[in-house]
Design a protein around this ligand. Structure first.
Ligand code: SAM
Ligand code: SF4
Length: 322
């Protein structure tokens, strides 16, 4: 089991398989993807060594992320590799919904069990303004198909003062007859979005009060649950999750580790550096990697210091996958 010096246990790996993205989300890649230098993303073999090692150390859940993971041509092979690794019982992916309808059945066939789709607004014009793409309706149809194929679907929406501050009633209406969890995520400051962050950051705590006032109840979390606070309402099929990285107890419930598409371990989303695992991955050295992970994990810090404006080495979340 992977455990740090604060007693936190890590059974969840967020694995980025590319940092390339085709969207231009205002808070993430407002100028689109910029290739800075030659990148060699982890190969299928390297991913195999990584996943095998994490699974042997107690990881039971993997989330594939990016950049936009769907842009990687060998995505179905990566999914199948993860799904077929003993010990992995939850295989999730986060996507912007690109080619969802066309490709989702191949992901299900490969073993995907959970899908998070990012939709910051249900208003097509606002969606376009935020992402630079006019594909909201297509993505919503893709979500219906994903659900019909048995995937558990969550929708991620980043809270933005001038884009969706008043959108809660529209989101709630939409959730009434849909068994979907909508996760409202507080915008996080990163190295490159400080001006946008200062203009747009919105706290989720008032939304919590609003929900409780409208008959929503908080779902009790089990010990291994992550930082999201979840709410249900008897009249709604959907649920709401709030992700409040600036709130107390966010870091104490941390249960995840991250590996970038370049094979670097990030002990925190806002760690000051990624720790290179490539030497172990390229030689298939499961034993060496096991020892290295156990030792290195002891350097994980208690908190991210995000509320003090510290963003570590994270220029934007496309680098790591959020
Ligand atoms: N491209 C995929 C997508 O957008 O779903 C996966 C990668 S994206 C980095 C993962 C999640 O991080 C998305 O839900 C996105 O909205 C969220 N995200 C990106 N930048 C963020 C920021 N600065 N603060 C909060 N969430 C952010
Ligand atoms: Fe791309 Fe996701 Fe970043 Fe949007 S949030 S630019 S879809 S990586």
């Amino acid at each position: 089991m992977l455990q740090d010096r604060f007693g936190r246990r890590f059974h969840y790996l967020r694995l980025s398989i590319t940092d390339v993205c085709n969207f231009r989300c205002e808070y993430c890649l407002p100028d689109g993807y910029q290739c800075e230098h030659d990148r060699q993303f982890m190969s299928l073999e390297e991913i195999h060594t990584l996943v095998q090692t994490f699974a042997a150390l107690g990881t039971s859940k993997i989330r594939i992320t990016g950049g936009e993971p769907v842009l990687r041509k060998d995505l179905p092979d990566i999914l199948a590799l993860c799904a077929n690794t003993p010990g992995i019982n939850t295989l999730a992916m986060t996507t912007n919904g690109h080619q969802l309808s066309r490709k989702v059945s191949s992901w299900v066939d490969a073993g995907l069990t959970h899908l998070n789709v990012s939709i910051d607004s249900l208003d097509p014009r606002v969606f376009h303004t935020i992402t630079g793409h006019d594909s909201l309706q297509e993505i919503l149809s893709g979500i219906e198909l994903a659900q019909s194929l048995g995937l558990k679907v969550k929708v991620n929406a980043v809270l933005l003062k001038q884009r969706n501050q008043d959108a809660l009633p529209q989101f709630l209406d939409w959730l009434k007859d849909k068994p979907i969890t909508l996760r409202l995520i507080e915008l996080m400051q990163t190295g490159e979005n400080t001006t946008f962050f200062n203009q747009q950051h919105l706290r989720a705590a008032p939304i919590k009060e609003q929900l409780l006032g409208q008959g929503w109840s908080q779902i009790l979390k089990d010990k291994t649950a992550g930082p999201a606070e979840e709410f249900f309402h008897p009249d709604y099929q959907g649920k709401i999750g709030l992700i409040m990285p600036y709130g107390p107890e966010f870091c104490s419930s941390c249960n995840r580790l991250r590996v970038s598409s370049l094979g670097k371990l990030h002990l925190c989303l806002f760690a000051d550096r990624g720790i290179d695992l490539r030497q172990y991955l390229q030689t298939g050295d499961v034993e060496g990697l096991t020892r290295f992970l156990q030792t290195t994990l002891q350097d994980k810090q208690a908190t991210h210091w995000l509320d003090e404006g510290y963003t570590g080495a994270t220029k934007h979340l496309a680098m790591l996958g959020g």
